[in-house]
Design a protein around this ligand. Structure first.
Ligand code: 3PG
Length: 389
């Protein structure tokens, strides 16, 4: 667990940004379809950052969006220029657009083009990182959710500039750190398609958690690894051997399911042609009973095939129970948040981690690449490199 000292937190150093040029790494990697942004959570969170940067001279927001091939025609689809008017309207702000890091910023607040348009970003190229750093005097990381990536905009600027984490990053850490010193019982509920992404977290929490409830593809893979028949259900073949070696009475698995043919079946009745798509009633009941007795709950990953309304019941019922739970409940993960958004429930959760991979990585390793970069920057003396545009 990392608790950054005051000198690494913007909230404690607001006086240092006065009249300075600031680059802020945000995460505007948003869901977008039919010309509309679906989830405004990440974009709206920047308001809090900007409030702390009120006295700054100039602000340049930098972010990636999706994963376009640099230079490809298809990449244009992910140009921030296209969605900037929507962002300006939503935030009620005038924001200048920078085509590249060498352009002269025109407005007080600016947004640079999608960082992944430059190959240097994902290659963690030092020169590209320096080019970004030259835009400013100070670097702020507000992209907790992208801070598990060893990419230039996350790792390089703190090598050249005094650096801080922003208030949203700080809040993410505060929430997640509570899970390392939880009120007990602590229950983890993990679902989603791939167990490989959550395996390090499961292993790390086998000692720390009181229960780990598995659902979705994770449960299918675990059951199959232990020799159960799961028919044609979604599993992750490559992890079967590793999963087989994990044994713990703390792991709770579903015992009945809704199949693709919408019939409810017990685990022992599953046929080789069947496909599990949701929790059965008994499994759901068991989960609801367990969470009633928990003091701390962490949930990441849907427990069924929520893209189809017929198989949402398990995940939806869990979500409805959790919003009513008065204890410490933290939800996270891209698919979980997207689903809670669709249900209109997201705002009823008090603690939401914007990080998918980053949340899992921080919980599993108790560290994060982007955070390490900021802490390392604290040991340096910097000479100004800003281009004084
Ligand atoms: C996220 O949405 O989880 C982050 O922005 C990271 O995105 P990436 O998986 O494309 O690196």
């Amino acid at each position: 667990m990392i608790k950054p000292e005051k000198k690494f937190r913007l909230s404690q150093n607001k006086n240092k940004v006065k009249n300075k040029k600031i680059i802020v790494r945000v995460d505007f990697n948003v869901d977008f379809a039919q010309g509309r942004i679906f989830d405004w959570h990440r974009i709206e969170s920047v308001k809090k950052t900007l409030a702390e940067l009120e006295s700054a001279g100039q602000i340049i927001l930098i972010s990636h969006w999706d994963n376009p091939q640099p230079g490809s025609r298809a990449a244009k689809k992910f140009s921030f220029k296209k969605i900037l008017p929507q962002i300006e309207k939503r935030l009620r702000l005038k924001i200048g657009f920078l085509k590249n890091p060498d352009e002269r910023p025109k407005a007080k607040i600016n947004l640079l083009e999608n960082l992944r348009f430059w190959p240097g970003e994902k290659l963690n190229d030092r020169k590209f990182g320096r080019r970004l750093a030259r835009l400013a005097d100070i670097y702020i990381n507000e992209a907790f959710s992208a801070s598990h990536r060893r990419h230039a905009s996350i790792v390089q600027p703190p090598k050249f500039l005094p650096s801080y984490i922003g208030p949203n990053f700080e809040n993410e850490l505060k929430q997640l750190n509570q899970i390392f010193k939880p009120k007990r019982p602590l229950i983890l509920i993990l679902g989603g398609a791939k167990i490989s992404t959550k395996l390090p977290l499961i292993i790390h929490f086998l000692k720390k958690a009181d229960l780990i409830i598995l659902g979705g593809g994770l449960a299918n893979t675990y059951l199959k690894a232990k020799g159960a028949q799961v028919g044609q259900s979604l599993i992750e073949e490559k992890t079967l051997t590793k999963v087989k070696s994990i044994d713990s009475a703390k792991i709770i698995l579903p015992t009945d399911f809704i199949l693709a043919n919408k019939k409810e079946t017990g685990l022992d009745k599953i046929k080789p042609t069947d496909r599990i798509l949701d929790l059965g009633r008994a499994s759901l009941e068991l989960i609801l009973t367990k969470i009633k007795s928990a003091e701390t709950i962490v949930w990441n990953g849907p427990l069924g095939y929520v893209e189809n309304k017929s198989f949402q019941n398990g995940t939806k019922t869990l979500a409805q129970a959790l919003v009513k739970n008065k204890n410490f409940v933290l939800v996270g993960g891209g698919d979980t948040i997207a689903f809670l958004n669709r249900l209109g429930l997201i705002n009823r959760f008090k603690r939401v981690s914007t990080g998918g991979g980053a949340m899992l990585e921080y919980l599993a390793k108790e560290n994060l690449i982007g955070l390490e970069a900021i802490l390392k920057s604290g040991r340096k003396k910097f000479r100004p490199i800003s281009r004084n545009l």
